[in-house]
Design a protein around this ligand. Structure first.
Ligand code: PMP
Length: 330
């Protein structure tokens, strides 16, 4: 018999799949690392185990303890899998920009969820960072993973995502493209791939227009999970060789194409990363090999970027479909 002892053991070892349609006219092979194959549905499952293992080792979290984290959803889901495996209580603090499916998901895993206003400064006592810090201080036995500062996040990617890509491409990867939220993915994975390739692999950061990482004016944007308005300690910019700055419109259009043309039903930050990967690949040759990381599944965005009306109301292009008169009549 072959089975896992717990769902949390099934994190990682996600597949690479070639992009076939959106890559028309592009010379190199572009492979997507599809992180929705993780049991919580995103790359964030990887950091949850690394962070909780370290907290237990360091005595920061003990049986009966509570995990308190500010998270827009995916990190919460990853932490929930580990919390359920090991019997911890979970309290998640979520900005109201993300209320909806992601909050319902966390509650579905049995977590307590506190929703806070998005449009306040991080230092405001109502901000999701401040509320999480206060709850972590007030709840006895609480541990606050603080994904924006916890170095075990990037380490989780250094120890799993990087080696998987290296092994699955037989060391032939030449470019790695990923979005940057906490920066954990690109820092850990990029660092590993650079070490393994003795500096040969180029690392490209995909960043939404309006975010701090790629320069230019800082303002709001709709793509979720990526970009920041401050530099988190989990991001090491020295790993990144260049940035692509991507508009929400481009990200959403590409996300819908990935679903409709490639069968990859992913979130908006995946579309953003693929736009960056294609811009990178357009400059390369047949013998280059681009790997782009797709962080999460699209089901958290059904009432957003997968809703044509939501797109139209915000001025984004709505995908056009050929109209079959027979079907249209029904
Ligand atoms: N995309 C989504 C949907 C995410 O939730 C995250 C995590 N914030 C990222 C991309 C970026 O990953 P990282 O935090 O490792 O930079």
């Amino acid at each position: 018999m072959r089975y896992a002892q717990h769902i949390a053991e099934l994190v990682g070892h996600t597949p690479l799949v070639r992009l076939n349609s959106v890559t028309a006219g592009i010379r190199p092979t572009v492979l997507a690392k599809v992180e929705y194959f993780n049991p919580g549905g995103s790359a964030k499952d990887r950091i949850a185990g690394a962070i909780i293992d370290a907290a237990e080792r360091e005595g920061l979290l003990a049986p009966g303890g509570t995990i308190v984290e500010a998270t827009s959803g995916n990190t919460g889901t990853g932490l929930a899998l580990v919390a359920l495996q090991r019997g911890y209580r979970m309290v998640f603090v979520v900005p109201d920009k993300f209320a909806g499916a992601k909050v319902a998901t966390l509650r579905g895993y049995g977590a307590e969820v506190v929703v806070t206003p998005t449009s306040v400064e991080p230092t405001d006592p109502r901000s999701y960072y401040s509320v999480a810090a206060r709850l972590a201080a007030e709840i006895p036995g609480a541990f606050n993973p603080n994904q924006f500062a916890n170095q075990n996040g990037p380490r989780g990617h250094f120890e799993t995502t990087g080696p998987e890509i290296w092994a699955d491409t037989d060391g032939r990867v030449t470019h790695f493209v990923a979005g940057i939220g906490t920066g954990g993915t690109i820092t850990g994975t990029g660092r590993y791939l650079k070490q393994a390739s003795e500096g040969r692999v180029r690392v490209v950061g995909a960043d939404p227009e309006g975010s701090i990482y790629s320069g230019g004016p800082i303002h709001g944007y709709h793509v979720e999970g990526v970009g920041e308005d401050f530099m988190p300690p989990t991001f090491d910019p020295s790993v990144v060789d260049g940035y692509e700055r991507i508009s929400d419109a481009e990200s959403f259009a590409m996300t819908r194409r990935l679903a409709a043309e490639e069968g990859l039903f992913v979130g908006g930050s995946s579309g953003m990363a693929v736009v960056a990967a294609l811009r990178t690949a357009a400059e390369l040759d047949e013998d280059d090999l681009v790997v782009v990381l797709l962080p999460d599944h699209g089901r958290g965005y059904l009432d957003k970027l997968y809703d044509d009306q939501w797109l139209a109301e915000r001025g984004y292009d709505v995908p056009t479909r050929p109209v079959d008169p027979v079907v249209a009549e029904v």
